[in-house]
Design a protein around this ligand. Structure first.
Ligand SMILES: NC(=O)c1ccc[n+]([C@@H]2O[C@H](COP(=O)([O-])OP(=O)(O)OC[C@H]3O[C@@H](n4cnc5c(N)ncnc54)[C@H](O)[C@@H]3O)[C@@H](O)[C@H]2O)c1
Length: 330
């Protein structure tokens, strides 16, 4: 039998950035959670390899399969706090997609923009669609780095917000957000001096710092709020998980390993306090928000399947628009 011809679509960082929109990302991520809720998602655990001086750097693989899209894939990514030169700590991710039915790869793309957009601008927005109070007007952002900026763009597109409040240990990070995004969004961007002032005023509070000490206390959070926690219970008080009306996770298996068994705060969490997973709510298997008074916390540490869902949609769009190059593997 002759060897099959295998062709892959190759998309560079610039090509991905030229066609990927927050609408694509949010729709793809919502579909991925729906697949999870209907048993069509396979999420093996992330494989982390520690390398470099004192094994301080990591390179890791995030595999997954979305049976609804007949696509499997892997994101090959890195976290390099001990960079030899002046490089960012998280940078340059690669995504490989394969057909689920015959295992053949069909696309290779830079996944840096996908990673930045699918988290605070992607899964946090999807969670808020189902868990935020209707008519939420004020979004608070604690941590105005790459994720905070992604949240500003995507939440502004997806909700009728009046104010987006910004708080960061670095005044420059807040200034940069306002300078870069102030005239690109409909809501008013305002700096807030402390995490407490931020928590007290937010209908939706998005936490995206790199701080490993809780900055947000349960008693500061108002009736009806949603806390959308990108860094889980590193930067918010773990007691929020049991004192709030509902604690929702992104995926029961991956968040059990990465949140409930976390070496720093896992012992302060109780598995029985998990209300359910976002996909179960999206599929209507359990209710989401049931009243304007409920306080809800959503925590999720990300999955390769979210990148795969966005990448599959992007590959289809690139083919339609004639973007990218086709390379022959065999
Ligand atoms: N859940 C997921 O899927 C997922 C995916 C990507 C990143 N993350 C997490 O999101 C967080 C943000 O990532 P990023 O790429 O935006 O990082 P970043 O370095 O670009 O931004 C982090 C921001 O937090 C601020 N900060 C740090 N300590 C603070 C403190 N004590 N008080 C207030 N602000 C403080 C920094 O000044 C910085 O502006 C990280 O912890 C990262 O691990 C989660």
């Amino acid at each position: 039998m002759s060897e099959p011809k295998v062709e892959v679509l190759f998309l560079s960082k610039q090509e991905v950035e030229s066609i990927l929109t927050y609408r694509d990302v949010v729709d793809a991520v919502e579909d991925a959670f729906r697949a999870d809720g209907s048993g069509q998602m396979i999420v093996p655990s992330k494989e982390v390899m520690r390398v470099g001086p004192n094994r301080a750097n990591c390179i890791f693989a995030m595999p997954g399969c979305l049976e609804n899209l007949k696509t499997a894939g892997v994101k090959w990514t890195n976290f390099y706090p001990a960079q030899p030169e002046d490089y960012p700590t998280i940078w340059a991710h690669v995504l490989i997609l394969s057909h689920e039915d015959n295992g053949m790869p069909y696309a290779i793309m830079d996944a840096t923009a996908i990673t930045n957009m699918r988290t605070a601008g992607g899964h946090a927005v999807v969670a808020a669609r189902y868990l935020a109070r209707k008519g939420a007007k004020t979004l608070g952002i604690l941590g105005c780095g790459a994720q905070g900026r992604s949240a500003i763009r995507s939440f502004d597109e997806n909700f009728q917000l009046e104010r987006i409040l910004l708080c960061d240990a670095s005044p420059q990070a807040v200034e940069e957000c306002v300078a870069r995004l102030g005239d690109k969004v409909r809501a008013r961007l305002e700096a807030v001096p402390t995490p407490q002032a931020l928590a007290e005023q937010s209908d939706i509070l998005l936490t995206a710092t790199t701080c490993r000490t809780p900055l947000i206390r349960e008693e500061w959070l108002r009736e009806g709020c949603l806390v959308d926690a990108m860094f889980a219970f590193n930067d918010i008080e773990p007691a929020i998980s049991r004192k709030f009306d509902k604690w929702v996770v992104g995926n029961r298996d991956s968040d059990r390993i990465e949140i409930l068994e976390h070496p720093n705060f896992g012992h302060l969490l109780r598995p029985e306090d998990v209300y359910g997973a976002l996909g179960e709510i999206i599929c209507g298997r359990i209710p989401g928000r049931e009243s304007d008074r409920e306080r809800i916390v959503f925590s999720h540490m990300g999955m390769g399947t979210l990148d795969i869902a966005v990448g599959a949609r992007l590959a289809e769009k690139a083919r339609r628009l004639g973007v990218g190059q086709t390379l022959r593997l065999t």
